[in-house]
Design a protein around this ligand. Structure first.
Ligand code: FEO
Length: 398
């Protein structure tokens, strides 16, 4: 059964949604599913922009054939050579051997690595500023290196003033029969997934996202067509505003997340006590997470939302509690900036994790690590009331 959606004048979505894949990139849990967007151009010449993941191959090929309605495919444009979008290139070329495959120089280098038969493809190499006309549409190519692979291209359709933006502005989440962001309650249905997608996958490349946003500012963009998630045709400022904040490592909210690790519940109880005091003292939207029970990709998403991060965990093998160490390593790898950290350590005989976490966090740029480390000796007691009070005071005032 075909699943084609009209996106704009002469542009049709022919992708697929996957709800069976457990982990995107075999790392990130996606209980909300994911869509792989491919765009068919119905013009004097026919074209598709990107293919889809192998997991939706049957649906994709059926959609493509239905969209073509017996015509031949003239162009296969490859904006991104990551396999969640390119894994069907060989199948499409096998179906339409005369198709011209369009991509940048590095696109074809990568294509050859994935598909040795690329040498036999009809190829048209483009670079930034080059154009491709299909008749009534002229697509201009914009280089978007490291957003989030080096070969990435965007394409701007002058007819619909639409930017085909590769992974940028994409999100986890199946499409549930819709296609436009304004068909959903984006904040409720997609924002957390879009933030988690951005932070974990593109988060390291903020300067590169800034560079491409500056280029895009010179275009009259009325639509955004990403490779995952809904298409934007209204209120583009919503997602553009988020990308401006996310790519400059600016928090969305002056709020607090408390992330704790706890072997037997004592640090967990202390975390709840910290959160309660923070709320009582007006810290606003305080959220508490168990670092052992929360996939780190969700914690990273929350780091992109909140300005203040409280880390609380026991000393373990004279080091940092391993799930917490993994979280801190991930933040460092993704280049987290502009955050305030408060640290609490638990240790029954030799608490050192506060010092060790502080040393690890010092590798992050433009962060403040509050000096006042809360030390818990096994469990928090009434005798710790002053220390707890001072700890939460320092967080609220930071
Ligand atoms: Fe959705 Fe970078 O691939």
């Amino acid at each position: 059964m075909k699943g084609i959606k009209k996106v704009a004048d002469g542009i049709f979505w022919i992708g697929g949604s996957d709800r069976r894949l457990e982990r995107f990139e075999n790392i990130f849990p996606i209980p909300e599913g994911v869509s792989y967007n491919s765009y068919f151009i119905d013009d004097d010449k026919t074209a598709v922009f990107d293919t889809a993941d192998i997991t939706v191959a049957d649906q994709y090929i059926e959609n493509l054939k239905d969209a073509l309605a017996g015509r031949k495919l003239d162009y296969l444009v490859v904006l991104h050579m990551e396999p969640d979008h390119c894994s069907l290139i060989d199948k499409v070329v096998a179906l339409f051997p005369e198709v011209t495959v369009v991509g940048g120089k590095q696109t074809f280098t990568f294509m050859q690595q994935f598909f040795p038969q690329t040498a036999d493809f009809n190829k048209f190499e483009v670079k930034e500023g080059d154009t491709l006309s299909t008749g009534s549409h002229t697509f201009s190519f914009v280089a978007a290196p490291m957003v989030h692979w080096p070969e990435v291209l965007f394409a701007y359709d002058d007819k619909n003033k639409a930017l085909l933006s590769a992974d940028a502005f994409g999100t986890f989440g199946a499409l549930d029969g819709g296609i436009f962001a304004d068909e959903f309650d984006f904040e409720k249905d997609f924002l957390a997934s879009a933030r988690r997608y951005y932070a974990n996958i593109v988060g390291k490349y903020g300067p590169q996202v800034q560079a491409v946003l500056k280029k895009a500012a010179g275009l009259d963009i009325q639509m955004l067509l990403p490779l995952h998630g809904p298409v934007w045709r209204k209120n583009l400022d919503v997602i553009l505003g988020k990308y401006q904040k996310w790519s400059t490592y600016e928090s969305e909210e002056d709020s607090v997340i408390v992330v704790y690790g706890s072997l037997y519940g004592h640090t967990a109880s202390a975390a709840e006590a910290v959160a309660a005091q923070l709320r009582d003292k007006g810290a606003g939207n305080v959220r508490v997470y168990d670092v052992s029970g929360t996939d780190v990709s969700y914690l990273i998403g929350e780091v992109w939302r909140a300005r203040k991060i409280v880390l609380m965990c026991p000393t373990y093998n004279n080091g940092v509690y391993p799930p917490m160490e993994n979280f801190i390593t991930d933040m460092a790898a993704l280049g987290v900036q502009n955050r305030v950290f408060a640290l609490a350590q638990n240790g029954t005989w030799a608490p050192v994790t506060g010092k060790l976490m502080s040393e690890k966090l010092s590798a992050l740029k433009n962060v403040t690590v509050l000096e006042n480390v809360l030390t818990i000796k096994s469990a928090l007691h009434a005798t710790d009331a002053d220390a707890l009070n001072n700890f939460t005071d320092a967080i609220v005032s930071a």
